[in-house]
Design a binder for this molecule. Sequence first.
Ligand code: SF4
Ligand code: FES
Length: 364
Amino acid sequence: MTVNLPYAMTAELTHRCPLHCPYCSNPIELQKRENELSADTWLNVLEQASELGVVQVHFTGGEPLLRPDLELLVRRARELGLFVNLITSGVGMTEQRVRQLVEAGVDSIQLSVQASSSELADSIAGFQAHERKRQAAEWIRASGLDLHMNVVLHRANIHSVEEIIELCAEWGAVRLELANAQYYGWALRNIHQLLPSKEQIQAAEVAYARAHERFGHQIELLWILPDYYEDFPKPCMGGWGQVSLTVAPDGRVLPCTVSSDIRSLIFENVKERDLAWIWHDSPSFNAFRGYDWMPEPCKSCERREIDYGGCRCQAFQLTGDASAADPVCKWSPHRGVIADKVGSIASANGNGDVGTPIYSYRGR
Ligand code: SF4
Ligand code: FES
């Protein structure tokens, strides 16, 4: 089968992070600082990525600002002709750091926010971050860069979608991703505290439409659906090994950021193999390309070219079998797993906001 060239590379410079978000989608087992790739290895990875055809690089983490060599990597990526995006919590940003990043050639910065009020935002992050984010947004805007923002929506903040959009518009964002939480990794541990009710999602969709009317002309809004309430899964990652790759802090190359939790696969490392070989020939990247690997009902399904059988990580985390049809699908033999989770959460929490939940915080 023909293998596309990767369009984007996510470079996870570190798993270290000052925030403790309960919905963190990074793998359960985080890499320690001593296992992180050196700047020289990252420089080499960037060169290989550019030769392979990668067009965009997203520097992320954890918190990428914790790497003092970030500017060096941004500069090299830019010299190689890559579009450079930085995804950050904003914690650790200074006016000088923004200047250095701009000078190094960063094209855009995406800042996360947890809620519209600092009290709720800081309680979700498990860290006093909101005011630092506001300040970081101000410096980014003042530098002339486009400010992109993102928020993860869940039971505790979904009631204030309109206020969150208003806040991001006020901070000067030109683009905002409103991503309903995805339940992998750490987020799956907190699913009882995070999953909104169907009623909350319906109300949020109405509020989103209203905010779109008000702010749609000044800020590009992206609404990422909560798939637990859908009939069909999302075409996760645009297909396994089709569009993008992730290099984890320790050098393992992954088809998506959470796939290292799939224990049935072995992921190759840039310290031992070329990126091109890993992309084109490695067993992990080829495991779910095409349709031959699919079991029924996906194998003969008319939607297999639309959703590729859904998300491999979700299938593994909920069924233990990474090749299973995503349990979100109404035709999946595992649909009962989702129905049971949604049912037990609804009966424990009711239909509305139940106050500030008691999370299991990441990194504590
Ligand atoms: Fe997608 Fe498989 Fe469900 Fe068909 S059966 S809609 S391919 S997950
Ligand atoms: Fe890994 Fe969907 S999150 S394939």
